[in-house]
Write a protein that binds this ligand. Structure first.
Ligand SMILES: O=C(O)CCC(=O)C(=O)O
Length: 371
C-alpha cells in the first residue's frame, strides 16, 4: 500500500548507478527506502561532499556541558548553576539538561506515539502535505525539496503547538491519543524553556524576565517536529539533516536511543551521546541576535546509519510572531549592534523556505563581520 505513494513518476534506474530522484517526487523517504530495497541511494541524496566527514571527534565527550535543571531552581546552588549555564551558552551553544522534571514515562510514550504516526500509511498522512511554513500541521520529507538540489534522508511531522495547539488526531491509542501525549509534553517543555530563558537572561547580567518580555515569549511560537530517519544503505554519502542552526530561541530535543546528532565545536563535529533521560538543548539564532553574539546559535546536523530507524522529537521555542527581535538594548551601552532587527514571522518564513545551510539566514541580518 505504501509503495504506491512514494514516487509519482519514477525514473528508470541507470545501470551504472541509482536514478536521480528529486525529493518532490518522493512523499516519504521511509516508504521509498522500504520499497526500494536497493543497496545504492539516488545521487540526488548524495549530500556529503566533505571527504573527512567521518572525522567526528570523540575526545571532547567528557567536556560536553551538562546542566542540572534542579540546581538552577535551587536557592543554594543558583549562582553556580547560572555560571555553568552562561559558560555552556557562550562556549558551546548547546548542553545536556538533567533533572528537568519531565516524567520518563511521558517521554517514552511520546516516542512510541511518534513512531506510530510515521508508521501510518501514506494515505492517512497525505492530508498534511503542505509547503506553507505557518500551516499548523505538515508532513513531508527532506527539508524544503523545492529549494534544494540535494536532498536529506528524513521524513518529518511539523506542527505549531503554541500559542494555539495543533496536532493530528491520528493515530488513536489504546490509552491516550498521540495528540494528548503531545499536548502534555509541549506544555512541560515550554515551562522548562521559560525557566532556562530566565537563567540565560540573568547569566547575561539582565533582569530574569528580560528575554521573556522582549520576545513576547508567553505568546511565543512553539514548533513541534518529529523527525524520522530510516536506515540508509549508504550512510557515508547522505545526511539526515545538513549543518544548520535553529531559528528560534531554544530547541529541546530527545531521541529514541539511536545516535546521529552531531554539534560543531571549535570547528570540529562532535558526536552527541545523550545521558539517559536528559534533554538536549540547542541555542537558536534568536538568542544569538538578542545576546548580540555573546551566545551563538550552534551548528548541528544529523548523520545516518544503515541498521536502525532513528527518531528525534524536537521542540523549537521562539518569540511571538509579531515581535521585532534585535540585540537587547541594555547590552548595547558599550558595544555596537551586530544584527539588524527583524520580525520573527519574517525570519521564520524565510528560514523555512530556504535551502538549509549553516547560518545562511542569520548571515543575512548580520551587520558586522564576526571577529
Ligand atoms: O535529529 C536530530 O538530531 C537533529 C534534528 C534537527 O536538527 C532539527 O530538527 O532541526
Amino acid at each position: 500500500m505504501a509503495s504506491s505513494a512514494t514516487i509519482s513518476s519514477p525514473q528508470p534506474e541507470a545501470e551504472a548507478g541509482p536514478a536521480k530522484v528529486h525529493a518532490s517526487q518522493v512523499s516519504s523517504i521511509k516508504v521509498f527506502a522500504e520499497s526500494n530495497g536497493a543497496s545504492l541511494i539516488p545521487s540526488t541524496y548524495h549530500s556529503i561532499t566533505d571527504l573527512h566527514h567521518d572525522d567526528a571527534t570523540h575526545d571532547l565527550a567528557p567536556s560536553i556541558p551538562v546542566i542540572d535543571f534542579s540546581l538552577l531552581t535551587s536557592h543554594h546552588h543558583h549562582v553556580k548553576a547560572l555560571h555553568q549555564l552562561g559558560m555552556a551558552c557562550a562556549n558551546w551553544g548547546f548542553f545536556m539538561l538533567t533533572n528537568h522534571g519531565i516524567p520518563e514515562n511521558l517521554m517514552e510514550e511520546l516516542m512510541n506515539k511518534s513512531h506510530e504516526f510515521h508508521d501510518l500509511p501514506m494515505e492517512e498522512k497525505k492530508e498534511f502535505a503542505d509547503n506553507d511554513p505557518l500551516s499548523p500541521i505538515r508532513h513531508g520529507t527532506s527539508f524544503c525539496p523545492q529549494a534544494e538540489n540535494v536532498h536529506y534522508w528524513r521524513d518529518y511531522l511539523k506542527t505549531l503547538t503554541f500559542p494555539q495547539f495543533n496536532f493530528p488526531h491520528k493515530p488513536p491509542g489504546y490509552s491516550r491519543y498521540c495528540r494528548e501525549v503531545a499536548y502534555d509534553y509541549s506544555h512541560k517543555i515550554r515551562a522548562v524553556a521559560r525557566k532556562l530563558l530566565e537563567g540565560i537572561s540573568e547569566s547575561l547580567g539582565l533582569e530574569s524576565n528580560s528575554i521573556i518580555e522582549s520576545t513576547g515569549f508567553d505568546s511565543g511560537l512553539q514548533l513541534f517536529v518529529v523527525n524520522l530517519y530510516p536506515p540508509c544503505p549508504q550512510p557515508h554519502l547522505a545526511l539526515g539533516m545538513p549543518s544548520h542552526s535553529d531559528l528560534g530561541l531554544l530547541t529541546l530535543l530527545m531521541q529514541n536511543g539511536i545516535g546521529g546528532l552531531q554539534v560543531k565545536h571549535d570547528g570540529k563535529w562532535v558526536n552527541i551521546n545523550p545521558l539517559p533521560n536528559c534533554l538536549i538543548v540547542l541555542l537558536g539564532d534568536q538568542l544569538e541576535v538578542l545576546s548580540n553574539g555573546k551566545y551563538p546559535s550552534v551548528l548541528h546536523r544529523a548523520i545516518l546509519n544503515n541498521a536502525d530507524t532513528r527518531i528525534s522529537v524536537v521542540l523549537s521555542n521562539g518569540p511571538a510572531l509579531d515581535k521585532e527581535i534585535g540585540p537587547v538594548v541594555e547590552l548595547l551601552d558599550k558595544e555596537k549592534p551586530l544584527f539588524k532587527s527583524m520580525k520573527y514571522r519574517d525570519y521564520f518564513q524565510v528560514k523555512q523556505k530556504t535551502r538549509l545551510s549553516d547560518k545562511c539566514s542569520l548571515d543575512e541580518i548580520r551587520l558586522h563581520a564576526q571577529q
